[in-house]
Design a protein around this ligand. Structure first.
Ligand code: ANZ
Ligand code: ZN
Length: 808
């Protein structure tokens, strides 16, 4: 089959008949399949794009054939730094380069032949999109979820600009290499912390990879503990946050973060110089570095003491940068006997290590009684762990010196950027009225085209007189626009809500439509988004729900991460390593269907792995075989039919087994095993066709089902053969075959087939087969044979009724 012409033929036909456009009339049967949208880079589609979009499109087509009205949109995450940096290098305006890139990428994406509903396309840099991004900002602001505050950020004194954590390399600016300092700057934040508990709890209600849920849980970082008040000799008081208040008898010093205001206030004259030098030095490190377990613990005595509230003991106060100002209360009690970091610190500064009494299990046991404190007695043995912590916390609370406290590691989301290529922040700064939101009717605040975006320290927009100068919407006096733009993650936090109502000009979306279309039923994208995009999007959904626009709690009901295809050398593909494999040569040589199907067959979808093209020829050959047998069967005339005997049963079995397994495999994104099942079915067809006398109706029925089963995997190819067989357009409007269980009753068991103890496929094998027969059947199977090419099987382990393990 001439794949190239077949591809363009059917792509045109699908477009013309609106085959892939969501039909709102069937919204009650909706199934929303979403792949994370693309960043429009200048480069061609790479293997990663294909791997994300090809197999998940097969899933979408499968759902469509199961009778769902599938909605599978595509769009572009079009704002962001790469386009701006590219512009700085080449002088090509980000808008021009982005629009050009989108145009090429649309063409390339269409060539995959996926059933994207392009009528719902979204580009985040379009005015009619970012207008609504600004609307989102205003809504959050109105609801107390967007605020401006001074916060310590990474600042390069040479470039005069804020840097992202990622732009700081070894404490220096990645652009000019000068040391970065922490600086307090006024920035916009979204109050994601208001939703910390719900963002945590909600994870139990979604079908997501466990690893991703765990990463989000850790990122949110719920920590149940106690705040304890220490009083200083000066009379000043501060709280420490501890998860181990049961160790309070072992406190030998306390630490304030270097930024803690009491450091400056309490420092003694003798220690002032040393403390100031230390504070200046530690300001250079960012929080990630400060938390690193391999970083040497440093600190300095501030020349002042505090009183342990439980036993009145005087302990020295240190400033040390292993304590972060932004977490808990920015102060900790040092318990060297029970905390590793504190121990290292105590060793270095010669502080006492007081062991709080422990029971045999190593848990702290409380030397503590109701009417007083019995530091050195064991009379209250038996209270330990949780119990001891409660006891102490209650005691402190009674004294007014402490309370139970839940902390989250999650911080509010800093959303302002001193960058050009993003959505302008829709507020006005008025000397009289302060911060004034831009009225909704005046949206969008347009991003001006003619702006000097070369970096010289200020927000590029600040230099645009025409942009900055504005009348205050409130008092009408002279005022200034906000020169910052929004983090691009804001744009991608709500795009899945725009797709179902992408052309709405009155609202970002009609709640009635969106409440019907969402949540997304299957979301497919990279695991690297676990703690940013996927968290931000959940926050947006919950905030919009609380404002009354949405009636669901979670945007993505079910999530799948595709694996990563590495270079042939096992490293991440990158130009510098010279290991980049381009999909183009394969697509040109074999066609898009073969390439997609090989990606599905050659890798375990969620795992990925190093690229090799060993099996691509066998996939091409497989489709040739399908074409041959399907056309041969098409041309058969019914005649004297073979009666329904053992061979016929065998074929019916093969077909129904394939249907059953493929249906299951598709649901699990286990595409490689699904393709193997298809190959087995084709083998069974050939085998039956070898018979002298055959049952032609059975052959025809099996061949037709084969095409239906194959359609999601090789859409153009299957549509073409479907037509050549004289069936009605389109194959995708047919029902996916359903398994007839009665054809499956046979004396067989399922074996797991492994190579070098790695699971490759599953096979049904008859119970009465000898070990030799089993070995032969496994090694000659379509799923396994290609994997053994060029390899020597050294040993075969067979566990009866369970598994076959080939050691190669
Ligand atoms: C005394 C203690 C004894 C602690 C012990 C631990 C073990 P998570 O679970 O992460 O919340 N801590 C509190 N605030 C801190 C800050 N701003 N910067 C650095 N460390 C801080 O951990 C809470 C524990 O981390 C707290 O409990 C405190 O040390 C420390 F055997 O207090 B602990
Ligand atoms: Zn004003």
């Amino acid at each position: 089959m001439d794949m190239k012409s077949v591809e363009s033929k059917w792509q045109q036909r699908w477009e013309k008949s609106k085959e892939n456009v969501f039909n709102k009339k069937n919204a009650d049967k909706k199934y929303y399949v979403l792949e994370m949208f693309s960043y429009p880079s200048g480069a061609k589609l790479h293997i990663g794009h294909w791997y994300n979009y090809g197999p998940s499109d097969s899933y979408a087509r499968f759902k469509k054939m199961q009778g769902f009205e599938v909605f599978q949109p595509m769009g572009f995450d079009a704002f962001g730094l790469p386009a701006e940096n590219y512009a700085i290098k080449t002088k090509i305006h980000p808008k021009d380069s982005t629009e050009k890139n989108i145009e090429t990428m649309e063409k390339q994406l269409k060539a995959i032949g996926a059933m994207f509903d392009w009528s719902a396309e979204v580009k985040t840099c379009d005015e009619d999109y970012y207008k609504w991004t600004q609307w989102m900002f205003l809504k959050l602001y109105e609801n107390g979820l967007a605020y401006r505050k001074e916060a310590p950020v990474n600042w390069c004194p040479d470039c005069n600009t804020v840097l992202a954590n990622e732009q700081v390399v070894d404490g220096c600016c990645e652009r000019c290499n000068s040391p970065v300092v922490r600086k307090n700057l006024t920035q916009w934040f979204f109050k994601i912390t208001d939703y910390a508990e719900e963002l945590l709890q909600g994870l139990d209600t979604v079908d997501w990879p466990e690893k991703t849920k765990l990463m989000q849980k850790n990122w949110i970082g719920k920590s149940v503990g106690c705040e304890v008040q220490f009083e200083c000799e000066s009379g000043d008081k501060f709280n420490v946050f501890t998860t181990r208040c049961d160790t309070i008898f072992g406190v030998s010093y306390v630490v304030l973060a270097p930024e803690h205001p009491l450091v400056k206030k309490l420092v003694s004259d003798e220690q002032r110089e040393a403390v100031e030098a230390y504070v200046a030095e530690t300001a250079k490190a960012n929080e990630i570095e400060r938390l690193s377990s391999t970083r040497e613990k440093t600190g300095v005595f501030i020349g002042h003491y505090a009183i342990n509230p439980i036993n009145g003991k005087k302990v020295p106060i240190f400033a040390a940068d292993y304590v972060l100002y932004s977490y808990g209360t920015g102060a900790v009690m040092g318990v060297p006997a029970h905390d590793e970091r504190d121990f290292a610190f105590a060793q270095k500064y010669n502080l006492p290590v007081t062991k709080v009494i422990e029971n045999k299990a190593g848990e702290t046991v409380l030397p503590f009684c109701e009417d007083g404190i019995c530091v050195n007695s064991l009379q209250f043995d038996g209270r330990f762990g949780e119990d001891a912590r409660n006891e102490i916390a209650n005691y402190l609370a009674k004294q007014g010196k402490g309370q139970k406290k839940v902390n989250y590691r999650l911080r509010d989301w800093l959303v302002s950027r001193q960058r050009y290529w993003g959505a302008p922040i829709p507020v006005v700064h008025c000397p009289k009225c302060g911060i004034v939101p831009v009225p909704y009717k005046d949206l969008p605040v347009k991003l001006p085209y003619n702006v000097e975006f070369n970096p010289d320290g200020k927000s590029p927009l600040a230099k645009s007189e025409e942009f900055m100068h504005v009348k205050c919407p409130h008092c009408g006096g002279d005022a200034q626009r906000d020169p910052d733009t929004l983090d691009t993650f804001v744009c991608s936090s709500w795009y899945y809500l725009r797709y179902p109502d992408a052309h709405n000009t009155k609202m970002p979306f009609d709640p009635e439509i969106v409440n019907k279309m969402l949540p997304v039923d299957k979301y497919v994208g990279g695991a690297e988004h676990a703690c940013m995009h996927l968290l931000y999007a959940r926050f947006f959904t919950k905030a919009l729900r609380d404002m009354g626009y949405l009636n669901f709690d979670e945007p993505f009901k079910s999530l799948v991460h595709q694996g990563v295809i590495l270079g042939p050398d096992g490293n991440r593909m990158s130009k510098s390593k010279g290991n980049v494999v381009s999909p183009d040569e394969f697509v040109n040589a074999y066609g898009s269907d073969v390439f997609r199907m090989y990606l599905m067959f050659g890798f375990s979808y969620t795992e990925g792995g190093p690229w090799n093209d060993d099996g691509i020829k066998s996939v091409a050959k497989f489709l040739d075989r399908v074409e041959r047998i399907v056309l041969k069967i098409r041309d058969m005339k019914a005649g004297k039919e073979a009666p329904y005997g053992a061979d016929e049963k065998e074929l019916a079995y093969a077909k129904n087994y394939a249907i059953k397994q493929i249906t299951k495999d598709m649901e699990n994104f286990s595409f490689n095993t699904a393709v193997a099942r298809l190959m087995e079915l084709v083998n069974a067809l050939f085998k039956y066709d070898n018979n002298q006398v055959k049952n032609v109706p059975l052959l025809k029925e099996t061949s037709k089902d084969l095409l239906l089963l194959l359609a999601p995997f090789a859409p153009h190819f299957a549509e073409e053969l479907w037509e050549q067989c004289g069936f009605r357009y389109s194959v995708f409007d047919q029902a996916f075959p359903v398994c007839d269980e009665s054809a499956l009753v046979r004396d067989e068991t399922e074996y797991a087939i492994q190579i070098n103890s790695k699971m490759k496929t599953k096979m049904m094998l008859s119970k009465d087969m000898s070990k030799e027969d089993i070995q032969h059947a496994v090694m000659q199977s379509d799923a396994i044979r290609p994997l053994l090419e060029g390899k020597v099987v050294k040993k075969v382990i067979i566990v009866p009724d369970r598994l076959v393990n080939l050691i190669v």
